[in-house]
Design a protein around this ligand. Sequence first.
Ligand code: FMN
Length: 521
Amino acid sequence: MNYEAIVNVLADIAKIFITYTVILFVFLFIVLCCYIVVLYVIDRTQKEHTVRRNYPVIGRFRYFFEHLGEFFRQYFFAMDREEMPFNRAQRSWVYRAAKNLDQTVAFGSTRDLRPEGTVMFINSPFPPLTDESLPPKPIRLGDGYCGKPYETSAIVNISGMSFGAISKPAVRALSHGAKAAGCWVNTGEGGLSRYHLEGGCDIVFQIGTGKFGVRDRHGNLSEEKLAGIAQHEAVKMFEIKLSQGAKPGKGGMLPGAKVTAEIAEIRGLEIGQDAISPNRHHELATSEDLLEMIYRVRQITDKPTGFKAVISSSAWLDELFGLIRAKGLEYAPDFITVDSADGGTGAAPMSLMDDVGLTIKESLPMLVDKLDEYQLRDRIKVNASGKLINPTEVAWALCVGTDFVSTARGPMFALGCIQALQCNKNTCPTGITTHDRELQKGLVVENKQKRVAHYIKNLEKEIRIIANSCGLKRPRDFTREHARIVIDTGRSVTLAQLYPSFQGHPPKLTAPLEGESAVNS
Ligand SMILES: Cc1cc2nc3c(=O)[nH]c(=O)nc-3n(C[C@H](O)[C@H](O)[C@H](O)COP(=O)(O)O)c2cc1C
């Protein structure tokens, strides 16, 4: 075949290809037009959606763009300090800390330092030299009240997120990361899994209202199982969960479909049985019940025992602490975790998330002051949680008087969370709150465990930098004199002025205060 013949054959093929492409295109165009006509008729005649009825076909794009907006707003439109729950500046700090990248920023602060509520730390003219800076002092919990008290130097710890709410690789990465960082991981209410134990970190076992992992067949606390959990060397403390900031007074349910053989075994359920957390522990209806339960759990486990709650009422603290004074310090919790109303969750009703409970900005000073008032500050340690994911927030909490902070969403960002707000679906794009194995593939444990450890370590490092700048050698030396807060006049006052510690007379007690013989009796 000569050259001309080859060209002719190729030209024929091209002609056929173009003809069929045009036919296909025209056919698809007709199909598309028909489809649009059908959609038009459906939209015009349906009675459920106003926008689609008034603007047939194009009204449908609204849902699509609304959906895309969730993902793209943060990249194109939101300013650095604008988004909720966490803005880009807060998230970026965590991402950089987790990747162990340079955490310095250039040119000047993008934070507006004028609005009411802005916290500023009071620098010292003569900060300690870098080589005079010291690590945090260790704290001992439960000393003198149980056989196995717990000592830790960690300030920042990983807050409860159950295996079930978060995925297997997420739990594994948190466990290894916490071990490397030297902090504890709280199991959340879903029980203790081998993935929590895998990294060898310290563990706080949470007793949720469903008592998963420590329940008998009827859903009551099984002393035998509780003792079994306490046998684990890694389990250092027990936390009775009364409530959580994002949903005070609400339980939860993991649908039976998600209760796999593994989750069923960990939680003490049948495969496929709905994992229901009641909205309250059945046996805890009064403060007296709570103290009895704390005492009982500590007796069985021989380890420090505390509780987690959203605290909104100083009257309740008066009742509880008065009762501790009356019954004796052996009934006191070894720690109280106070969770903020704006805390995170896998899923909760919006009204509880938005409108019920106090934020940590109010509840933490209230709790610390009440402990002071009842002279329980040494006996009961405080652990604060709720958007304390960056150094300044943690330093504020230390100034107010917390001993520890816990964070859930900070480590989630370190695991790669992009705040897609999908935790209540099975579609988390970063594999953290999904059981979809395909999506979990993106979460590589070996890599993410390092990020969790870097995040916690860099957070503690920068808290220490703030402390040093305030003239303190150690971060736990912060007091309310070390921070000022902008008030409604536009000027700032020290936290000590805003929250003056208790200075009045102790209330009438039936048992003497520590170091006193017969106060008010
Ligand atoms: C996905 C997810 C699951 C959670 N599961 C629990 C839980 O099982 N028990 C609990 O007490 N708190 C749970 N929390 C709340 C956190 O432990 C924490 O109290 C709250 O998110 C505030 O901390 P943060 O602002 O650092 O996230 C969960 C939070 C998230 C985001």
